[in-house]
Design a protein around this ligand. Structure first.
Ligand code: HEM
Length: 509
């Protein structure tokens, strides 16, 4: 007798059957997952056995050691205990090698292992497959295409554009300190660096700083950075299908849309401009194209143009990398100088003798401020804007001390740990610009704020110029002092930020 679907009795007969199948399937899936977990864990335990670390929980890894926004401080304890490298377990089946030794880093950066997709992949809904996330031949093609955008002939006129943006920020600070001498830097500096990258790389004069304490794009970047940090650490959030339906996944989606709205606006305005044939011809005749011109006029080696998706990814990548890193760098350097008034004053005197009142700062001035440059480097050592990066080994590796790892292991290049490693830097917590004096010697891989090797930072020179202009012009106008009631707490959120902001007292000079 056939069971009719319209009969309630028939349905009742079917549902338990379906449940049984579903239950059985779930059980099989669970068993497969448990077996995979077990096998992966056994493989990892064997692979990293030469690199001990403090005991970890079989399921939660070192979760309990890295709590309460004290992650960097905890990692530094391990740097002292294990001066070359140690294993960090994220959860039972995920571990990576944390490396903070210059000889180890030299070996890794001399190879061409791809980015560790477990973490970088999570950035792709936001910044797309741009230069930061690409690997292999496509990365090489894009890097070659974009390198001319950082030629010094292109960078030279940016000094004035940067100075203009910095002056807007300083005017705002002058107004603010008439009421209260205290200012939270990160927000203001982020608006300034956003303004600068938009003018320099995208020829977009949007006045991000005008009359607003915040900007929707800056807000989105802050949210996306926090959400990224939370997702990387949550085993349950790794699958896109699951993450999408969680409250954090939805927030992430909204923040990406906000960020893309901003970059779309920049692209569309430039595209509309280039629609006018005369303008396009003018740009093609220019000897040195800016970043967005290069992208829009790009023809790949096979003669095709850059797809809209690729173009958007590069704009998203450079919009983010080009402002958040330098905002972190400048804010922490100013904080370091506020903490060290003597060094601050020596920098100020150097800049005063070079620039007078600072009404004009040019490319040639930037190489004539050695003491300020030493202080900037020391600031980048103590507070590296990109605290760590990671790779997945594409082939086995052997380190100088003979220890080795197999293909497939993730290595985290712990730049913050390296810069604070007492084996590499004596008294690493002391701010001492003379570490970077011209006659001082260091290991080639002891100082890596911009990473190294073929995948080093493409914007390094741009960033150094921007930091010099910002520090020089700020010191001419203000005396900086720390706020003892609000000591910043450094945290790694893609870039180095502070849980409670970076607060200073400013005194107009
Ligand atoms: C103080 C400021 C900066 C610091 C400390 C910094 C640091 C870094 C580091 C450590 C990397 C390596 C990332 C990795 O291997 O995963 C990197 C890559 C990169 N940076 Fe920067 N950066 C800064 C400013 C900039 C600026 C201003 C731009 C653009 C205008 C930029 C664009 C990029 C891009 C596109 C990459 C990927 C390069 C590639 O893989 O070929 N950065 N940066």
């Amino acid at each position: 007798m056939s069971i009719s679907m319209s009969s309630p009795m028939g349905l009742l007969g079917i549902i338990p059957g379906l449940f049984q199948v579903a239950l059985l399937l779930s059980l099989v899936l669970l068993l497969i997952n448990v077996a995979q977990f077990y096998m992966r864990r056994q493989w990892l335990l064997k692979a990293v056995q030469e690199f001990p670390s403090p005991p970890s929980h079989w399921l939660f890894g070192h979760k309990y050691e890295f709590q309460n926004d004290q992650e960097l401080q905890q990692a530094l304890k391990w740097v002292h205990e294990f001066p070359c490298a140690c294993t960090r377990w994220m959860w039972g089946s995920k571990a990576f090698l944390m490396v903070h030794d210059p000889d180890y880093l030299k070996v890794i950066l001399g190879r061409s292992d791809p980015k560790a997709m477990g973490s970088y992949r999570l950035l792709s809904p936001w910044i797309g497959e741009g230069l930061l996330l690409l690997n292999g031949p496509t990365w090489f093609q894009h890097r070659r295409m974009l390198t001319p955008a950082f030629h010094y002939d292109i960078l030279k006129p940016y000094v004035q554009l940067t100075a203009d943006s910095v002056q807007v920020m300083l005017e705002k600070w002058e107004e603010l300190v008439t009421q209260d001498s205290h200012v939270e830097l990160f927000e203001h500096v982020s608006l300034m660096t956003l303004d600068t990258i938009m003018k320099c790389a995208f020829s977009y004069h949007g006045n991000a700083q005008s009359n607003r304490s915040t900007h929707p794009y800056i807000q989105a970047v802050g949210d996306l950075s926090n959400l990224f940090f939370s997702r990387v650490r949550n085993a349950l959030y790794q699958t896109d299908m699951i993450y999408r339906f969680t409250p954090e996944g939805r927030l992430n989606h909204q923040a990406c849309e906000l960020a893309h709205k901003h970059t779309d606006q920049v692209i569309n305005q430039r595209k509309a401009y280039l629609q006018e044939e005369r303008e396009l011809e003018k740009i093609k005749r220019k000897k040195n194209l800016d970043f967005l011109d290069i992208l829009l006029c790009a023809k790949m080696e096979d003669g095709s143009s850059l797809s809209d998706q690729d173009l958007r990814a590069e704009v998203d990548t450079f919009m983010f990398e080009g402002h958040d890193t330098t905002a972190s760098g400048i804010s922490w350097i100013l904080y370091a100088l506020a903490m060290h008034p003597k060094h601050q004053q020596t920098c100020r005197e150097e800049i005063q003798s070079l620039l007078g009142d600072g009404s004009s700062i040019t490319w040639s001035h930037l190489s004539q401020m050695p003491y300020t440059t030493m202080c900037i480097k020391e600031g980048l050592r103590l507070y590296p804007p990109v605290p760590s990066i990671s790779r997945v080994l594409s082939k086995p590796i052997t380190f100088p001390d003979g220890r080795s790892l197999p293909k497939g292991i993730i290595v985290s290049l712990n730049i913050h740990g390296l810069h604070h490693n007492p084996k590499v830097w004596s008294n690493p917590e002391v701010f001492d610009p003379f570490r970077f004096a011209p006659d001082s010697t260091q290991h080639s891989h002891a100082f890596l704020p911009f990473s190294g090797g073929s995948r080093n930072c493409i914007g390094k020179q741009f960033a150094m110029n921007e930091m010099k202009v910002a520090v020089a012009l700020t010191l001419l106008r203000f005396e900086l002092a720390p706020d003892p009631t609000r000591v910043p707490n450094p945290i790694s959120r893609v870039v180095l930020r502070s849980t409670n902001g970076i607060h200073l007292h400013l005194k107009k000079l």
